[in-house]
Design a protein. Structure first.
Length: 434
């Protein structure tokens, strides 16, 4: 039976929601987590598990530098195995354009105190002897690493529950209710729960919930595919990423692989594609080749059913279903494996044991929405991480708990203000995020 009331209710059982619940519960706050599916079912369990500081927007780097300190001791703190390996992050420059971009990025990161450097091919092979290929150099941050996404997210959920947090899965939030200009409660599949503070950490579904309250969040949803091979003896420790492929070796020996930093993400055209065109057309023009458009009749059909409920024959609205499986792009994964084995021939012929796809919610400036909205009072948001939020999860949880309890955060999050998007107002240009 659903709790009747809580001091804080968190919508979403991903890493942001579960890490915030852990930090709140540790401080003695009565907190409830609600998820329409299962913990770590969507983006928090379907990413590559990369924990990196370099290649980020400058506003994120101070957060990630502090977050790395959390990651280094996270297993002990949560009394769990996250499979965190601090093996470094290595981005290969395959063209002069890549190298120039990396050199500019390193100048910025070093000015912020981050240990990130350009390595020659000879220096690269001292770190990863098996790497071959015609790359010009690499951007390398030795204190970065990678972890298991599902294990980490579930570890935060368990630790939160050990401190008294309540978790309800397969429980969809239908509405956020207001009274006198502030949050008063939530209506869900399992009933109503009274609260004066809500964190919406619902990933790609966040704009649908916020839109009911008139809050503008012009995100686009894309998908990305990944795979895992059979285990092999230890070969390398860093996360390695090139134009077409990214890959790492897990603690269990398998090779995680996914698309590279220049490989296009998949975007299904739907009715929502017509929204906020004044923002997104200019973004697509600036970043040609970043998105691959797909006309999905199934996606369009679900969009229409959502807007015309009498066609859905009693089904729950798409945004509230507990299972949403994005389609795996097998062609992309074939390209990735080909590029990966060109760079590291010793990985050729490995049997693939698992493939998947996950959703990303992109903001127009490619950085998260993080903090308290102006109105209504008591509503906080952690979403729009644009495909690089897993690594930030531990610090996101700390910052949001500070905001909710203390009214301020220990690190600046001004750049991530939820109210920065205003209809008709120009969005700042993207600072390239890799």
């Amino acid at each position: 039976m659903l709790e009747k009331e809580a001091e804080v209710v968190i919508i979403g059982g991903g890493i942001s929601g579960c890490a915030t619940a852990y930090n709140l519960a540790k401080r003695g706050i009565k907190v409830v987590i609600l998820d329409k599916g299962e913990v770590a079912f969507e983006a928090s369990g379907r990413n590559m598990g990369v924990v990196r500081q370099q290649g980020r927007h400058p506003a994120e780097i101070p957060l990630m530098m502090e977050c790395i300190r959390i990651w280094e001791h996270l297993d002990q703190e949560l009394n769990a195995e996250t499979d965190f390996i601090q093996g470094g992050n290595m981005l290969l420059a395959e063209t002069e354009e890549d190298l120039k971009e990396f050199e500019e990025s390193v100048k910025i990161t070093q000015s912020l105190g981050l240990n990130s450097n350009i390595l020659s091919p000879q220096e690269v092979r001292k770190v990863v002897p098996d790497l071959v290929g015609n790359f010009l150099a690499a951007m390398y941050s030795p204190k970065d690493g990678h972890a298991d996404p599902e294990k980490t997210t579930r570890a935060f959920a368990r630790a939160a529950q050990e401190y008294g947090a309540k978790l309800y899965t397969n429980c969809a939030v239908l509405n956020i209710d207001l009274k006198g200009g502030r949050v008063s409660g939530l209506d869900t599949d399992l009933g109503r729960i009274e609260t004066s503070a809500v964190l919406c950490a619902a990933g790609v579904w966040t704009p649908k919930l916020l839109g009911k309250l008139g809050i503008f969040m012009p995100t686009r949803v894309v998908s990305n595919s990944g795979g895992l091979t059979e285990p092999v003896p230890p070969k390398f420790r860093p996360w390695i990423m090139a134009n077409s492929a990214g890959f790492r070796q897990t603690a269990g020996g398998g090779i995680y692989f996914g698309t590279g930093y220049r490989y296009p993400l998949d975007y299904d055209i739907g009715l929502d594609s017509l929204k906020d065109l004044s923002i997104w057309l200019s973004r697509l023009a600036e970043n040609r080749g970043v998105i691959k458009l797909h006309l999905s009749l199934g996606h369009l059909k679900e969009d229409i059913e959502e807007r015309l409920p009498f066609l859905s024959r009693g089904k729950r609205p798409r945004a509230l279903r507990s299972v949403m499986e994005p389609k795996v792009n097998h062609k992309a994964l074939e390209d990735v494996r080909s590029a990966m084995t060109r760079l590291m021939p010793s990985l050729k012929g490995l049997r693939v044991v698992k493939t998947w796809a996950g959703f990303w919610d992109l903001t127009p400036d490619m950085i998260p929405v993080l903090g308290e909205v102006k109105q209504p009072k008591g509503l906080f948001v952690a979403a729009g991480f644009s495909g690089h939020g897993f690594a930030l999860g531990p610090i996101t949880g700390r910052i949001l708990s500070e905001l909710i309890v203390d009214g301020r955060s220990s690190l600046s999050i001004d750049a991530f203000n939820p109210s920065r998007f205003v209809k008709g107002q120009k969005v700042p240009p993207i600072k390239r995020v890799i």
